[in-house]
Design a protein around this ligand. Structure first.
Ligand SMILES: [Zn+2]
Ligand SMILES: [Zn+2]
Length: 638
């Protein structure tokens, strides 16, 4: 017998092998109508999978977050059902739910076209209307091989099952799949869905295997949610940093340089330099010292740090110099530690805060590279704090101030996550608990809301993750601060205490923007390419209407330049409209148009980005002061 504990604390005894649907029905037939799946002892399972263990028992309806994954994965089966009806030759791969929807992989001779997607979507509506139940069966290896005899990808998967593993198949109408579940009760539960696009995807993510065609789709419980998501996707497309990066001439990559290695163009370099200058001033004010460390480092250092042991697949290969092996550094920490150890440290020296815009190199498979967001070489705004255990609280407090000031400047709201001890960890459970309590305590004392990511810490310490929320509500990786119980041990870090005895310092790793490449890529999407004045590569474009006003235009340019403004004169003989349009395409914050009347009165007609054709005539000096003020205060406008 199994004991199930219901949310109200009541318990039920059921025989092993009972179907959850029977349990749900015994609780209430109405509940069965709303039930999509159940959660048993923390695991989501569908209504037709026999119960094999007891524990907390919860019925999942459309109101529960976990149900969405069940719906979406069921959607993947429905998609495959439709595809197989129209393209019987398509071999099937896998079809999981993913963060914003689901996909299914197919092996076909010709890639799917947008028209194919339309017909698949129409066919899915028929499968849904047919209201096929998802029928589960447990079968033997021999039986399973028979059922999937024509599906080599499924046969490959079957060969990996161990003898004691249960093999289950699910059938909805004409379609059968090898699957563990869970699924919704029948195909009619999928109502609000959309096929989005196709992409090539290697079978099992392995670039040595065949390329499959992946169909991406999404599904929601309500039409409003689906519509909102589709709108957000369109908005995200409009903001794609790869497209805007080219349009605004910010960066490129070149196969001759290598994939995932970013070439910063002059306009992109201005944005990056402004951020670095701003951040450098900020952290110097916050008590950091700047350091520089080399790009290639003897492999021995990474043996001590443990990177060769734990991070090797992400490192570039070794190069030999005079019999010693060197590697491009994947992280800056070991270098900073060496600076710390370059002389004896006393408790009076602590805390020591080393910061570096340190360029690191990490191997990423070419298939996962993505514009500026996922690259093989990037610059981290990295810092390491060495302090006494007593100083950790103050250091975290200082860091919260730093993060707040920085993210406000860029106009990012943010959330905070506390990632706690994983299953595999270094140090003792007590040390972890104390560290986690310290982090949580500081957040609470500061009145900061945060969520806990249980087990989300890395093996060497708990961390705080800040997630940026961009203009269309997407979350981006932001600052992190990580306590480290590992490296101080490995490097045998010490300081001399007030008791004149050696002590182990506590070490904090922290980044604010993280990868400069990813941060700028994210900013491009956050601002939709319309950088605030202080970051804009070109802040003002002066456009004289005709030759008569060129001299007045030049004078405006010179006065702006003298005030430290990035300004260009567009006195080409193109039409006024053409020149205005080009400035708009480049998303320049201000256009100063100089006509005859303006030239005579030391004024200019101002066009503000985003304000359409509206023009405001104002004295040149007033405009210079205004732009100067906006740059100095780093306002987000216009
Ligand atoms: Zn399934
Ligand atoms: Zn570090």
């Amino acid at each position: 017998m199994l004991t199930l504990t219901l949310p109200d604390g009541a318990t039920r005894q059921v025989e092993e092998g009972t179907l959850p649907r029977d349990v749900v029905e015994s609780i209430g037939p109405r509940l069965l109508r709303d039930a999509l799946a159940v959660e048993v002892d923390g695991e989501v399972t569908d209504l037709v999978t026999p119960l094999r263990k007891g524990g907390a028992f919860k019925v999942l309806t459309a109101k529960d977050q976990q149900s969405l994954d069940v719906l979406r994965h069921s959607g993947a089966h429905i998609l495959a059902t439709a595809v197989r009806r129209l393209r019987p030759d398509a071999k099937i791969g896998f079809g999981p739910a993913i963060e914003d929807g689901f996909y299914y992989d197919f092996e076909v001779d010709h890639p799917f076209t947008p028209e194919d997607l339309e017909s698949f979507e129409a066919e899915m509506r028929k499968v849904i209307a047919d209201k096929y139940p998802f029928v589960r069966e447990e079968v033997s290896q021999v039986e399973a091989r028979k059922r999937f005899a024509d599906d080599p990808l499924k046969l490959e998967r079957l060969s990996e099952f161990s003898d004691d593993e249960i093999i289950s198949t699910y059938t909805d109408g004409p379609f059968i799949d090898l699957c563990r579940g869970p699924h919704v009760p029948d195909t009619s539960y999928l109502k609000h869905f959309k096929l989005l696009h196709t992409a090539g995807a290697y079978w099992r993510g392995d670039e040595h295997r065949q390329m499959l065609q992946r169909i991406y789709a999404t599904a929601f419980f309500s039409k409003d949610d689906l519509d909102a998501y589709v709108t957000r996707l369109e908005e995200a497309k409009r903001r794609d940093h790869r497209v805007l990066g080219q349009q605004l001439d910010l960066y490129s990559t070149d196969q001759r340089v290598g994939p995932g290695l970013i070439l910063w163009h002059p306009r992109g370099a201005i944005v990056r330099n402004e951020i670095e200058t701003y951040e450098r001033d900020l952290i110097l004010r916050h008590g950091y010292s700047l350091v520089y460390t080399p790009h290639i480092v003897s492999e021995k250092l990474f043996q001590i740090s443990g990177h060769l042991e734990n991070f090797k697949e992400n490192m570039f290969g070794a190069m030999e110099v005079e019999g010693a092996a060197y590697r491009p550094k994947p992280m800056n920490c070991p270098g900073h530690i060496c600076i710390y150890q370059s002389s004896p440290r006393s408790y009076r020296d602590l805390p020591i805060r080393y910061a570096e815009f340190g360029t690191v190199y990490r191997y990423e498979r070419s298939g996962v590279l993505h514009g500026m967001l996922r690259v093989r070489g990037f610059t981290q705004d990295d810092a390491h704090v060495f302090c006494t255990a007593d100083q950790v609280v103050t250091e975290i407090e200082r860091l919260l101030d730093l993060v707040d000031e920085m993210l406000n400047t860029f106009g990012y709201p943010y959330t905070i996550e506390l990632a706690t001890r994983p299953d595999k960890y270094l140090g003792t459970a007590e040390v972890w608990q104390r560290a986690e309590e310290t982090l949580a305590g500081v957040l609470k004392a500061r009145g900061k809301e945060y969520s806990v990511d249980p087990g989300g810490g890395t093996f060497y310490g708990p961390k705080l993750d800040f997630k940026l929320i961009d203009a269309i509500g997407r979350k981006w990786q932001g600052p992190t601060v990580q306590l480290d119980f590992n490296l101080p041990e490995r490097f045998d870090l010490e300081y001399n205490g007030a008791d004149n005895a050696p002590h182990r310092p506590t070490m904090l790793h922290r980044v604010l923007v993280g990868s400069m490449e990813r941060f700028v890529g994210g900013l491009v999407e956050h601002y939709a390419g319309a950088f605030p004045v202080w970051l804009a590569p070109e802040q003002v474009r002066v456009i004289p209407i005709s030759d008569d006003t060129r001299a007045a235009g030049e004078s405006i340019v010179n006065r702006l330049k003298a005030a430290g403004v990035r300004v260009h004169l567009d006195d080409r003989s193109e039409t006024l409209n053409y020149r205005i349009r080009e400035a708009e395409t480049l998303k320049i914050p201000y256009m100063a148009i100089v006509g005859k009347r303006e030239a005579e009165s030391d004024a200019l007609a101002l066009r503000i980005r985003g304000a359409g054709k509206k023009q405001e005539v104002l004295p040149v000096q007033e405009f210079v002061d205004r732009v100067k003020g906006e740059i100095a205060s780093r306002t987000i406008t216009p």
